[in-house]
Design a protein around this ligand. Structure first.
Ligand code: GRF
Length: 186
């Protein structure tokens, strides 16, 4: 049974958004934190909070084989919603189709601007006065699914990519739990 209010969070690294989603959970329960890197730092924090974790090294593994194992682990925990939080791996068409309309992602730009990597450097280089973050549904096309919510962050004239990243990250931590909560309850 896939229960939309049971959420699996997918990470690859430090997992600060995962942490925000766990600490601010309203209307949903995090039933799994899964990683494609065995050493993802966020796993340790999740374990210390008594959360169920799953990790499998994706490097060198056929994409769909990994995704089928991941999907089975998510199903084992009865999750019906998947939140990508710094999951640095493109999901296979099989996985996207299997979970269509149930996968969310957070991206550090005001989509449709700056899909992909290096969003802060690109926003500064373009002379933008405002950046921000977006939560969107995941489709086969990178960072292109329906938008579920956005938060704006002003760019200061003296901003470097790292300083802008810090402020956008703080905005991500406020936005993601709120949007996920609205999503699971709709
Ligand atoms: C965040 O900037 C998020 O928007 C992007 O990857 C980064 C993950 O950071 N998708 P964290 O692991 O949540 O700290």
């Amino acid at each position: 049974m896939r229960d939309p209010s049971r959420v699996a969070i997918l990470i690859s690294g430090r997992g600060s958004n995962m942490r925000a989603l766990v600490e601010d959970a309203k209307g949903y329960e995090v039933t799994l934190v899964a990683a494609n890197k065995i050493e993802a730092a966020g796993l340790e924090w999740a374990r210390s909070r008594g959360l169920q974790t799953w990790a499998l090294e994706s490097k060198g593994m056929a994409k769909e084989k990994f995704d089928r194992e991941l999907s089975a682990a998510i199903d084992e925990r009865g999750a019906g919603t998947i939140a990508l939080a710094g999951f640095m791996r493109i999901l296979s068409p099989w996985f996207v189709n299997e979970w269509r309309g149930r996968i969310l992602n957070i991206h550090p730009s005001l989509l449709p601007k700056y899909r992909g990597l290096d969003t802060h450097a690109r926003a500064i280089a373009a002379g933008d006065s405002v950046s921000g973050c977006s939560v969107h549904l995941v489709t086969e096309e990178l960072d292109a699914g329906d938008l579920l919510g956005q938060a704006e962050v002003p760019i200061d004239p003296c901003d470097m990519p790292a300083t802008l990243e810090q402020r956008v990250l703080a905005a991500e931590h406020a936005l993601y739990p709120r949007v996920l909560s609205e999503f699971v309850q709709r």
